[in-house]
Write a protein that binds this ligand. Structure first.
Ligand SMILES: [Zn+2]
Length: 104
């Protein structure tokens, strides 16, 4: 005796929302401080995005997706990113600082 009847109906009554199905990665940019040892070149002006101890330089890092697949990372000077017309949208800083908790 090895027959089991699985009550399938029991499973299909719950929600069928699938989040991953509608997920499609898009190119996006974040603003981050320039790290010492950073050796990337700016995708706009071609100059190195260098760390400078005196100035708190910031760079824009963009993850570029092509056909919903990650293709490359591009670095920009913060000013150059704006000069280039913010090609990957408004740079966020969500990778730098966690979301603040609301007081209360
Ligand atoms: Zn630049």
């Amino acid at each position: 005796m090895y027959r089991r009847v699985v009550p399938i109906q029991h499973f299909v009554t719950t929600t069928t929302a699938v989040i991953t199905e509608s997920f499609s990665p898009v190119s996006r940019a974040v603003t981050r401080p320039v790290d010492p040892g950073n050796d990337a070149n700016c995708a706009h002006c071609g100059e190195p995005v260098k760390f400078a101890a005196r100035h708190q330089r910031r760079q824009v890092i963009a993850n570029v997706y092509l056909d919903s697949r990650w293709d490359r990372v591009e670095h920009f000077h913060e000013d150059c990113y704006e000069a280039a017309g913010s090609p990957y949208g408004e740079p966020g800083d969500q990778l730098v600082a966690p979301p603040r908790r609301r007081p209360g």
